[in-house]
Each structure stands twice: as C-alpha cells, then as structure tokens.
Design a protein around this ligand. Structure first.
Ligand code: AMP
Ligand code: MG
Length: 342
C-alpha cells in the first residue's frame, strides 16, 4: 500500500503517451506493485500474475477475500495454452472459443498447469485466463512478457470502475498508478466459461452474449445464472457481496414500485430511457440508461457511482424486461443488479 496520492497517466490513442504508459506500468509491476489499467470490460487492478507477492499486493489493495480467484490476462492465445493442463475435449472447446472470441471479453476456466502458482487460483485446481481486446491491456501483457492478474480496480464489494475517476473514488492513495484510457467500451465484466467437465459451463454471464457462445458450443450449460445457481464452489467470486453502491439501501424493483416512488425526492433511481420518457421528469436522483442490454451494461456502474454522490435515502434499480430465455441478452445485467441489491 502507498501513502501518497495515486499517479494518473492519461493516454490518447496509441501514440507516445500510450507507449510511455505501457513502459511506466511495466516498471510498477516489475517491482511487485500494482496499477489500475483500462480494459474493454472494466478497469483492472494489474499485478504480476505468476508471482505470489504481486498477487498478495492485489488482494491487499482491494481488501478482496482471498478465496476469490483472479483472472490471468495474456497478450495472445499462444501465451494462454501453457497455463492450462486440459484434456483433448476441453482443449478443443478452448481453441474453438479462443479462435472466435479472443481477443475479447471471454474468460476460459480449466485445469491449471504447474506454471500457475496457487495464489491467483485461490488454491483451486483450475485457472481463469483471457486475452483482452483493449489495446493498452494487450500491449501491457505483451511488453511484460508474462500474464498479469487483474480483478476489477475497486475496493472489494463496490461497483467495478469504468472510468479512471471511478477507480480513484475507492483506490486513491492505495495504489501507485492508474492509466486513464477513457470510459470502457463494454462496461461490464467478461463472460466466464469452464471448458472442462462433461459439458462446458457458464460460471458468470458477462459482456460476451450467451447466444454468441452457444453458437460455437451448443451444449453450453447455463443453469439460470444468478445468485442461487452458484452456491457451489465452481465460481467462488459469486459468493461474495458485490457491485454495491454506498447508499442507504438498494432494491431491484418492477415498474409498479417505480411508479409509486416516482414523486419521492429522497428516492434515487436507475431506469431505462423509455421508462423515464413515460413518467416524465422527476426531482430525485435519476440515472437514465439506454433501453438495450449492451447500452445499459455499459453505463450501469458509472450510474451507481453517480448515485452515491447524490446521497439518496434509498436507490431503486429497474428490473430488466422479464424473459424466459436462458440466453436472454439481459442475463449479465440481471446478475449484477441482483447482486448489487442482495
Ligand atoms: P473479477 O476478477 O472480480 O472479475 O472476478 C473473477 C471471477 O472469475 C471470480 O470471481 C470467479 O467467479 C471467476 N474465476 C476466476 N478464477 C477462477 C477459477 N480458477 N475457477 C473458477 N472461477 C474463477
Ligand atoms: Mg470485481
């Protein structure tokens, strides 16, 4: 942990500031410290992924429970395979998904090779790996020449940050460096798929839609992602309280509850644009998000941080449109809203 204010490096495009920020981040990581970096999903808190001390520094800066494993980020699929010890079936699935979706917001989980120490796996037999699509994150992994581990760059339990400013809200003074690459394109974490076992299995819905994955792996087991489905040990991170804004109380509600509270100035709301249009202007805090699932996901976490600074007595989150389809485009948003309000 560092006592002084966190250094901020702003990058624009892939010019000189970009190259300088990659080099500066490599320096920070090589000495065992951690840095917040932009990815296409959310800002990540990066440290050397195969070094126990660096991994411990990540957990310490976040106050993250140490039974919650980290995702390893590599620059290219070729750098991912040595981290795994997969049987032929699992390897075929992994290669199919990698060919289609890497670089991108998909994390693959499978048995770890002995290259991977216990720390980033939180002692589990399996490891989680992805190739990020963000040019900075990818350049960092390549320049470092080894995987970096990166959970979201926030104090544990709070929403994931999608801007450098939101990183600083919880980690200023606790980390040495944040690289500001502007707002994240997806704004929600990666989709996590376990490729081992009799059937490939969804561990966490995320930025990559289930429809797209199912197109490649028709037997994908999604078993109603959400709180209840993850009581087992397959995806330990899902056990913990997560994504909660620091406001009095947060509830996931239907339109009837929104309607009733619309006139109450002490109630904050996060709603879809069509709803805001239907009910008209309101006096209390109101984050108006896009009507489509991807747009809503992109802006959700920033809205939760904005809500904090408005200090509503309580915060109502509009439930996604109801759907019986397990591959529903709202799966990831529904999961995060449930856990933000649990
Ligand atoms: P975060 O870094 O906060 O986005 O969380 C990463 C999530 O990926 C964890 O909370 C787990 O749900 C999942 N994950 C990471 N590593 C593993 C692993 N070795 N086995 C199973 N799930 C994992
Ligand atoms: Mg997180």
């Amino acid at each position: 942990m560092v006592a002084r204010a966190t250094r901020v490096l702003v990058i624009d495009g892939v010019g000189a500031t970009f190259a300088g920020a990659v080099a500066a981040t490599v320096d920070v990581l090589r000495k065992g410290a951690v840095a917040a970096v932009p990815t296409e999903t959310v800002y990540g808190l990066a440290g050397r992924g195969l070094h126990e001390d660096s991994v411990r520094a990540i957990y310490a800066a976040k106050g993250r429970p140490n039974d919650n494993p980290l995702i390893l980020h590599v620059g290219d699929p070729e750098a991912a395979w040595p981290l795994f010890a997969l049987d032929d079936v699992a390897m075929a699935r992994a290669r199919t998904l990698a060919a289609k979706f890497w670089p991108g917001p998909l994390t693959l989980v499978g048995d770890a090779s002995d290259v991977v120490p216990a720390a980033p796996r939180a002692g589990l037999p399996r490891v989680a790996v992805r190739v990020p699509a963000h040019p900075f994150a990818r350049a960092l992994a390549r320049a470092l020449g080894e995987p970096f581990a990166a959970p979201s760059a926030n104090v544990s339990g709070r929403p994931s940050p999608t801007t450098a400013r939101d990183v600083l809200l919880t980690l200023d003074g606790r980390i040495e460096l944040v690289v500001d690459g502007g707002p994240c394109r997806a704004g929600i974490e990666s989709t996590v798929v376990d490729v081992s076992g009799p059937r490939p299995r969804l561990l966490r819905p995320g930025a990559l839609s289930l429809l797209e994955i199912r197109h490649e792996l028709p037997d994908l087991d999604v078993r109603a992602p959400g709180l209840a489905a993850h009581a087992d040990d397959a995806s330990p991170g899902l056990r913990h309280r997560h994504y909660a804004p620091a406001v009095g109380g947060t509830a996931l509600v239907d339109d009837a509850a929104l309607d009733e509270a619309w006139g109450d100035v002490d109630t904050g709301m996060v709603v879809r644009a069509a709803t805001a249009r239907r009910y008209g202007a309101r006096a209390g805090f109101c984050a108006v998000l896009p009507d489509d699932a991807a747009g809503f996901a992109r802006e959700l976490y920033a809205a939760l941080y904005r809500a904090e600074t408005a200090h509503p007595r309580r915060l109502l989150l509009q439930a996604p449109p109801p759907s019986a389809d397990p591959d529903d485009a709202w799966a990831a948003v529904r999961d995060r809203l449930l856990r933000a309000s649990a």
